[in-house]
Design a protein around this ligand. Structure first.
Ligand SMILES: Nc1ncnc2c1ncn2[C@@H]1O[C@H](COP(=O)(O)OP(=O)(O)OP(=O)(O)O)[C@@H](O)[C@H]1O
Ligand SMILES: O=C(O)c1ccc[n+]([C@@H]2O[C@H](COP(=O)([O-])O)[C@@H](O)[C@H]2O)c1
Length: 228
């Protein structure tokens, strides 16, 4: 586990693109996503973190809120945050939103030498072996796992086998190559916030203040989302 403190891996100069994908259902986007993306950007010295809403999430039921509205909330939440972009590339594809297809598209855009990172929370990582073409994920990108205080389960055996000897424990070692590595990160502001809890709070009429950006809360209110 790589514990990242402010300034532990200064940005430095780099000539090849360094980008990360943080994909999600973002139903809705919350501060756990956004603060993780900001800290990932800083810790890895990235050019940009692409937050990419899944149009058709491959491994869960279709969200009740449309892709266009989940994207609109993501844009509202990001606002003018430096280094973060709302990327709609999965909304422009039909069929299940497989991450291998998204990473292939980022690889095509940024080139073979680019350092491409797929960031996932620990909970999503635990299911990686059930994803579409899991070994190909590592051919296309590095995987960075973000620790979540509310998800602490140990790794299943099949996942340990998939990882093999890919794990490194510094950002420098990870970014020495374009793809293929694994880094587990403990970011400074680990937040036990989940979209499931936010949806339930909204259904119950309880407060979601300070769990998501105010602009997202306003969007939810104006569009009467997540009510029963
Ligand atoms: N609080 C958090 N801290 C760090 N990573 C997070 C956090 N919440 C979600 N993630 C990660 O962000 C990605 C997208 O998450 P997702 O949109 O499914 O949000 P979620 O809060 O886990 O939603 P749900 O509760 O509906 O499953 C996943 O890789 C997930 O693990
Ligand atoms: O490619 C796959 O098979 C795959 C299976 C499950 C999840 N994912 C991606 O993982 C990200 C997080 O998913 P979720 O369901 O936790 O929001 C999101 O970008 C999904 O598209 C991808």
């Amino acid at each position: 586990m790589c514990v990242v403190d402010r300034g532990s891996d200064p940005k430095g100069t780099h000539s090849v693109p360094r980008v990360a994908m943080l994909g999600g259902t973002f139903d809705p986007v919350h501060l756990g996503h956004l603060r993780s993306a900001v800290e990932l950007h800083e810790a890895l010295g990235l050019d940009r973190v692409h937050l990419i809403p899944a149009h058709v999430p491959p491994h869960r039921e279709a969200p009740g809120v449309s892709s266009a509205q989940r994207l609109a909330m993501l844009k509202a939440g990001i606002g003018d945050t430096s280094g973060l972009v709302a990327d709609d590339r999965e909304l422009r594809r039909d069929g299940p939103s497989y991450s291998t297809d998204t990473l292939a598209s980022l690889r095509e855009e940024f080139g073979q030498q680019a350092r491409i990172v797929m960031a996932v929370g620990h909970d999503a990582f635990l299911n990686l072996t059930s994803w579409h073409e899991p070994a190909r994920l590592f051919a296309l990108a590095h995987v960075v796992v973000i620790d979540r205080p509310d998800h602490l389960s140990p790794l299943p055996t099949a996942l340990t086998e998939l990882i093999g000897d890919r794990e490194v424990d510094t950002v420098r070692a990870l970014l020495a190559t374009p793809a293929g590595g694994l880094l587990r990160l403990s970011l400074p502001s680990r937040m036990a916030i989940s979209a499931t809890d936010i949806r339930q709070r909204l259904i119950d009429g309880r407060s979601v203040r300070y769990l998501l950006p105010e602009a997202v809360e306003q969007y939810i209110q104006i569009h009467h989302l997540y009510r029963q």
